[in-house]
Structures are given as C-alpha cells and as structure tokens.
Design a protein around this ligand. Structure first.
Ligand code: M6R
Length: 608
C-alpha cells in the first residue's frame, strides 16, 4: 500500500509530484508529503490527512517553488498511527526518503541506529531506513553502495526512493517484493509505485529487478547491480489500460460505478461469447477442464465473487472447487496436486496476499489463471493464463462493478467448462449465456431505475449499530458480500451467517428491532431459510427479505419483502448484488460517511 512518486526533469517538480500523488491516492490516504531540492537544500512538506492538507501547507510555505527534482508519498498507516510526524518523507542526517511496505526487523535496526547517535522523531519503520542509510553513507560516501548495503540489511517488503543532500537533483530507488517502476518521458524521468501515476505521459516503463539500485537524473537513468552499472531491464509496453472517465455528474465514484454495472457485465462477456456461446482461450479452458480440483484464491470481495464461481463451476462443469483466502492460503496451503488448477481473482491485480499465493503455486510448476480487471497488473503479467473482466477503472474503495463483472465472467467460464466436459449441452449453455448477457444487464437496469425504493429500505433498516444477513448456499455467499459492502462504507457492524447456523450462538444477539436481512432464492432451501427468518422475527428482529420471487405466505416472516428481478434463479445473485450495493451506498450517505474513501482502507492492498 501507499503511493510513491519521484521526479527529475526540466520542469517544476512540485505540481508533478502532487499530481502523481493524487493518481496514487487510492493506495492510501492517511497522510501525504513531498520533499524537493531548493537553494537551501532538501525541504519537506507533509501533513496528516488528505493531499489537500499538504497542498495548503505548500501554498503557505513555498508558493514559488521552482525545484526540478523531488519525491512524494501518500500513506496507508502500517507502523505508527496516521499523524504529521509519521507522514513520509522521513529525514535523518543527509538522507530523505519514502517507503512502501513493511520492515520486519526495524526494531533491531532502530536500536543499532540509536546506539550510533541517530534520533528518531516518528514511530515508523521507514525512519529506520533513513537512519541506517545516513550511517552507512557516512562511511561509504556513495549513494549507490549505501543503498545496496541498506537493502541487504532490511527484512520484509519495500520500495524506497531517496534523496541525498549532496547529490542535487538526483533520485535513487530500490525495491523488494513491492512494486516500483521507472519511466523516462518527454516530461522528465519518474519513479512511481504504479504505472497509473505516469500513464498520461508514456506507455512504456521499466521494472527494476530486486537487488538493483536505480539512479535517476534529468539526463537519464542508471541501473546498478552487485557487479556495477548494469543494462536497463527490458521496457514494458502497456497496450491495454482501463479508461478513467471520472465520476461525471454522480456525487460519488461508488454510485457511478454501480450504475456502470450493466455495461461492465456486457463488456466483460463480449470478449468471451461467440455465436451465442462461451468462447475461451483453448489452453486455459482445457487446463481448467482437466483439473481434478480448481482452487479459487482471492481476498475480500474478489473471494466473495469466487464463492459464486464455485457454485457455478460445480453445477455446470461438475469440477470440485475450493475457495481460499489468499492471506491464509499462502501460509497454510491445503493439500493439492499436479492435477489441480488455480484461479486468482483480483480487481487490482496487485493485492499482496494474492500475488504471493500465485507465486507460491507457480514456483511448484502448477497451472495458474488470473481473473483480473487491471491490464498489465502483476497478477495479469505473471499468471499462465489471463481472463480479463472489462469493468473499467474502479476508483471507489468499495468494489461494486468489479464484483459483478467477476461473477459474470465466472458464470460464463462455468458454462464453457460445462460444454468442454460435456456436462452441459450447447443449447443449455446458449440459453444461459443469453440470460447472462442480455437478461442480467436488463434486470440490473430495472433495479437501478428504482433507487428511491432501496434508499427507503436503507433508511428503515440501517438504524441500529449492528445488522445481520442470512442465507444458505449461494444466498449465503451473497450475504457475505452484502455484509462486507455495508460494513466497510457505513461502519455499521454487520455479520453474514449461513441461516442454519444462527441458532448455534448468534441468535443470542437478536433483540427487538435488530435488522436482519434474509436472502432467499430458488426452491431447494427456500422453506429452510424462511423458517430461520421466522425464528428471528419471533424474537422481534426487523426482517427484510430480498428474494427472486414472491411466494404466498412468506410475507408473514418479514416486515418487508423485496423482489430483485433476474432472468433465472441461477443468476439471481449477480442481479441482487446491485440491490445490496445501492443499499450500502445509501446507508453510508445517510450516515455522512466518506463513501469513496472510507476510514482505514485503501483501494489496493499491497501489504500483507
Ligand atoms: O484488488 P483486489 O480485488 O485483489 O482486492 C481485494 C480486496 O482488497 C477488495 O475486494 C476489498 O475487499 C474491497 N474493499 C471490498 O469492497
């Protein structure tokens, strides 16, 4: 997490650094800061809170800054709370630097630096890197040798860019397990933690290898490995990027992105449908179809989409699927064999735990498929096969259209696998494909046409400090996603429960007027979930049922029943997800929350 930008060129650095930070703010927004060379040396301006706070300080202190070289950082707090003092850049002696990642041995290093006379002003691990660099620089007098030695002492993950007082208009950088790119553009030379910061300037960048120290000046970029100056890494040409078209007339990105859902599904499926049937790249489809088991590995909302994928793949293709939390999978992998295949789902394609899980599986020679929304992201680049969702740029922290597109693509993939395995006839696959590509977007458009109704439900139900979602099977998986969406942006405590489980403990929390949202679809478990809704209603909970159709008599177990349109029961969850996305959105707006940038979160989770 956190965003890094560095610039050297013939133009004013400050506006370029600020502009870069704004593009990277999705990586964290607890504080921001920049450092740049002036006639009196390196100066730093930083502040807790949004970039606007740093900009205000800059206007006050350096209204006419003409610097052509500097670096900047937008922070998602890991070590040390959000504060001015903990904001990056950090300066010790002659070294000023910013850092993404986590230094696991920082306490040991800190003691060593203190013993060498360095004084610390923050609680961060980053300041330790600056102190260590200052100590080593005193001895070595060479920034490249210094940073190589420092990098070798650090344990954990890091991307660092640094300024040395006596190396005017030069930025240095190095990395390990955390991204840092270098871009030479007509506007000047840049470091950035993500291509997004420079995509308006170039479609080519380089990705320095671990163990390389990079020196960037206005004249060019030099790469140094252990042997000395080295050839630059191969350029990466970006051929496909998501268009970033702003939020238009919508008050928030999240609302705009919910309204994008029908097109996100249409665009995602367009690539993958031929003559009305699923059409996938042969190798990916064959490898997955031949798998003894498919593991789906992801985090957060992407995993919730994966759980719907499990339902679809097991139903249509009869291949067993296990869904795994990437943060657990990487350290406690289940038993798997050469005949298994792995799908890694990620909107950003950069989530640290998902990346690490994928690398672990790849290193064992097993087949990996990425299902990602961001072209050229790490997961997309490194997987054996890639299936893109075409949801476009998702800016709001709460994932909405990406989830819907992921679920739709998994549905289509399951149909394709079913055809390949002959567990599904071509006619049935074609009928479901039509329901998915035509019926689902149309049904979601109907939900979007009646947002007032959903807003009214949110006002009626989200009045309590906590809320419960119930469902069974795929209804439970949608309950998990709906609960996550509501809690992350409204800060209401929410829990999703498999409906049959509540009487094993959770029902103790049900009292008068506690909101319970029951999700009920299909026939198989309808009566069972209805009974569970009746159990909480009998204890005076306020029950909202969201279902695929009205069944006489079911209204006795709910205060309200809402039917979410869908073309068939198998596709109810993809359609109803939009109901719950809007439900969460209106609840958060009603509570005055910062909907697009909820507290403590970041769009891309690049630390574990
Ligand atoms: O970029 P990814 O899809 O890998 O991100 C995974 C999660 O961090 C993400 O879905 C997160 O749970 C969202 N904030 C949920 O809305």
């Amino acid at each position: 997490m956190c965003g890094i930008i560095g610039y050297v060129g013939g133009n004013p650095a400050v506006p370029r650094l600020i502009n870069g930070l704004k593009k990277l703010e999705y990586r964290g927004y607890d504080s921001a800061g920049i450092s740049f060379f002036t006639e009196v040396g390196v100066v730093t301006v930083k502040a807790e809170g949004r970039i606007a706070n740093t900009e205000a300080l800059l206007r006050e202190k350096y209204p006419d800054a003409q610097s052509v070289c500097g670096l900047g950082h937008t922070r998602w707090a890991t070590t040390g709370k959000p504060s001015d003092a903990n904001a990056h850049p950090h300066r010790v002696g002659r070294v000023t630097l910013v850092h993404n990642g986590i230094i696991e041995n920082y306490k040991t290093l800190k003691k060593e630096c203190e013993a060498a006379g360095r004084v610390f002003r923050s609680q961060t691990d980053t300041e330790v890197i600056a102190a260590l660099a200052d100590i080593v620089y005193e001895r070595r007098g060479d920034p490249v040798a210094t940073l190589r030695e420092v990098a070798a002492r650090l344990e954990g993950s890091f991307a660092v860019t640094a300024l040395f007082d006596d190396r005017e208009n030069t930025v240095y950088g190095f990395r390990k397990d955390s991204p840092l790119i270098v871009a030479e553009t007509g506007d000047g030379n840049y470091f950035a933690s993500d291509y997004i910061a420079v995509k308006h300037l170039t479609d080519v960048y380089r990705f320095p290898a671990e163990g390389t120290v990079v020196e960037v000046t206005a004249d060019g970029v030099r790469y140094y490995d252990r042997e000395g100056e080295a050839a630059p890494p191969a350029p990466i040409r970006v051929t496909d990027v998501n268009r970033d078209d702003g939020k238009g007339a919508f008050p928030h990105f999240m609302l705009k992105e919910i309204f994008d859902v029908p097109d996100a599904i249409r665009n995602t499926c367009r690539d993958r449908v031929c003559e009305g049937r699923p059409a996938f790249d042969d190798e990916t489809l064959q490898r997955l179809a031949a798998a003894g088991r498919i593991f789906i590995v992801a985090c957060g909302t992407a995993l919730n989409a994966g759980k719907l994928g499990k339902v679809y793949i097991e139903k249509f293709a009869r291949i067993p699927v296990s869904c795994e939390l990437a943060s657990e999978f990487r350290y406690f992998p289940p038993l798997c064999g050469a005949n298994d295949s792995f799908i890694f789902i990620s909107q950003s394609g950069e989530t640290a735990d998902t990346v690490a899980s994928m690398r672990m599986i790849k290193s064992q020679g097993l087949y990996t498929v990425a299902l990602v929304n961001t072209p050229n992201s790490t997961i997309a680049r490194e997987a054996d096969g890639v299936l893109y969702t075409r949801a476009g740029t998702e800016t709001a922290v709460a994932s909405t259209k990406a989830y819907s597109a992921q679920s739709a693509l998994l549905f289509l993939l399951a149909l394709g696998l079913g055809m390949q395995k002959k567990t599904l006839t071509a006619e049935t696959a074609a009928a479901f494909t039509k329901n998915l590509t035509k019926g689902v977007p149309a049904a979601i458009e109907k939900i979007l046409a009646d947002t007032e109704k959903i807003k009214a439900f949110s006002e009626k139900y989200c009045t309590a400090p906590s809320c419960f979602f119930l469902g069974r099977g795929p209804d439970f998986f949608l309950a998990e996603e709906s609960s996550l969406k509501l809690k992350e942006i409204s800060y209401i405590h929410c829990e999703a429960y498999a409906a049959g489980e509540i009487k094993h403990g959770t029902i103790a929390l049900i009292e008068k007027d506690v909101p319970v949202i029951a999700i009920i679809s299909g026939d198989k478990i309808r009566a069972k979930t209805i009974s569970n809704a009746a159990e909480v209603k009998a204890r005076d909970a306020k029950v909202l049922t969201v279902t695929d159709r009205l069944v006489p008599g079911e209204d006795e177990t709910a205060d309200d029943i809402c039917v979410a349109d869908c073309p068939c029961e198998e596709l109810f969850h993809i359609c109803a997800a939009t109901f719950f996305q809007l439900f969460a959105y209106y609840t958060a707006v009603g509570r005055g929350r910062d909907v697009d940038k909820p507290r403590n979160l970041a769009k891309s989770v690049t630390v574990e």
